[in-house]
Design a protein around this ligand. Structure first.
Ligand code: SF4
Ligand code: SF4
Length: 150
């Protein structure tokens, strides 16, 4: 396993992070794995609790992360080069978005707490509060719009 530089999120830009550091930045909230609805007229994006078919509601993680594109080719690979284009739909607490906007991470972030469970204990994750997309007709997704847990 590659070592992470101490408090790298405060000293290293997103562009200069190692792959391991970039991946460690994800807090495991799972909010980016929820389907969203975009208003065609206003461009406003609504978060739903309808989870991607690969999302594991118990671990709050992708069940097939390394090979996910075999099953979900549209899953976005976030990188510095496409951050600007994706900011509009990203959750407000997302660590990538926070750093991109020059903001600090929250104290519940696992990198700061040292505990991957603190994101769930803080109530900002989607753990145990989703419905799988294969159980809900797409026409009914709007019945499952939620406020972003923050
Ligand atoms: S919203 Fe951001 S921090 Fe949360 S799971 Fe997705 S990539 Fe990770
Ligand atoms: S494929 Fe995996 S990482 Fe991508 S949205 Fe679905 S659950 Fe999330």
């Amino acid at each position: 396993m590659t070592a992470l530089r101490p408090r790298f999120w405060e000293t290293v830009s997103l562009q200069r992070m190692t792959r391991a550091e970039w991946e460690a930045l994800c807090d495991g909230c799972g909010k980016c794995c929820m389907n969203k609805l975009e208003d065609e007229d206003t461009g406003e994006v609504a978060l739903t609790r309808v989870a991607c078919r690969l999302f594991d509601d118990t671990t709050c993680r992708c069940a097939q992360y390394p090979i996910r594109h075999q099953f979900v080719p549209e899953c976005i690979v976030l990188k510095p080069a496409n951050m600007d284009a994706n900011l509009y739909w990203m959750p407000d607490t997302c660590a990538y978005k926070l750093l991109w906007q020059g903001k600090p991470l929250f104290d519940w972030h696992p990198l700061i707490s040292g505990d991957p469970e603190t994101v769930h204990a803080a109530g900002v994750s989607m753990q145990s509060r989703t419905v799988p997309e294969f159980e809900i007709d797409e026409d009914d997704w709007e019945d499952h719009i939620i406020e972003e847990p923050t």
